[in-house]
Design a protein around this ligand. Sequence first.
Ligand code: ACO
Ligand code: OAA
Length: 370
Amino acid sequence: MTATKGLEGIVAAASSISSIIDGVLTYRGINMDDLAENASFEEVAYLLWYGKLPNRSEIETLQKQLDEYAVVPNEVLEGMKLYPKNTNSMAALRTAISSLALYDQAANDMSPEANQLKAIKLQAQLPAVVAAFSRIREGKEPVAPKKGVSIAHNFLYMLSGNEPSDVAVKALDQALVLHADHELNASTFAARVTVATLSDIYSGITSAIGALKGPLHGGANEAVMVMLEEIGSFANVEGYINNALANKQKIMGFGHRVYKNGDPRAKHLQKMSRELGKLRGNMELYEMSVKIEELVTGQKGLKPNVDFYSASVYTALEIPRDLFTPIFAISRLSGWSAHILEQYQDNRLIRPRADYVGPVNAKYVPIEQR
Ligand SMILES: CC(=O)SCCNC(=O)CCNC(=O)[C@H](O)C(C)(C)COP(=O)(O)OP(=O)(O)OC[C@H]1O[C@@H](n2cnc3c(N)ncnc32)[C@H](O)[C@@H]1OP(=O)(O)O
Ligand SMILES: O=C([O-])CC(=O)C(=O)O
């Protein structure tokens, strides 16, 4: 038995949710470019969960469910008030989502109907949790969710307490569509491994949030912004990147385990970054990002992934840097939960083997002789 480091190229599950074939990403067989241009995030979540696009009455029913479930139990909000004010946002999210299970009577109901409802409930609550976290640490009260508006709209509203612009809602909605699912990425795999023990959906999502947090995965979008802030201005880009590459440092937001010729989502985020920059009358972050891409692709052949231009997009939407990865989680929850439901449908414990490379025939030595 020899291990494949990082399980590269290993096919570890059969799935009908999303595919990456020859660099083309589809959700349920529909090209992601098509969805990014035309679908709302709610339509995409429905598509991931139910395997088909919703008709008008189905999307209205989903909207009613999201409206009904968006309220976060007071106990969870009160618990969040006890978190240290400077706590890591993904650590806070991981804890808050885990605590939601404590107040859900159906948390351990494993029927398919109950699990589907919990997926919708979590999708409704997660934006409210992230927005509440952001406000509580600023000493403000959480804003109650609105009814009848999209998740993107509601999130921006709950974050600031003000009505968001149509441009901001549209941009965030498109970003949510782009991040919704991605085959067997690390966080989705973590979710599937967890629920394959027949543990509950909250455990699966908590595992997934833990995996998404890392800078090699979802945490890279925040790390890109840290880098852009460190660089500071367009004039510094060339020196900074040349120096980083010469020192074999990783440039966050570049490279991908599966895409070697570029991530098809990046072009949509790049376009959004350009358009939002123009609207704000400040193109510097966009221009810095384009220059970084030119240097990194030119010197290393590495292309930007989904996280690279999302940093300048979210900054243009005036979203605090440490909420970028929680926003990724809001979107990816739709994919995680679809994968969890798929795993339950035809479950088998996920338990691979390890290639043992430690000592053999070692003996126990009494403590006095060590
Ligand atoms: C939503 C997402 O999760 S998208 C990914 C988000 N993560 C990032 O943007 C972090 C930066 N990127 C990376 O760390 C990697 O490209 C990953 C984690 C995405 C993929 O990792 P792997 O498939 O294991 O690629 P691996 O790390 O083996 O890279 C292969 C080579 O390219 C180099 N490389 C890969 N990514 C980068 C990068 N961003 N900057 C500089 N060099 C890089 C590696 O150093 C390695 O070089 P070597 O062969 O000389 O040692
Ligand atoms: O698929 C991956 O490895 C990472 C990624 O791009 C995602 O999760 O969107």
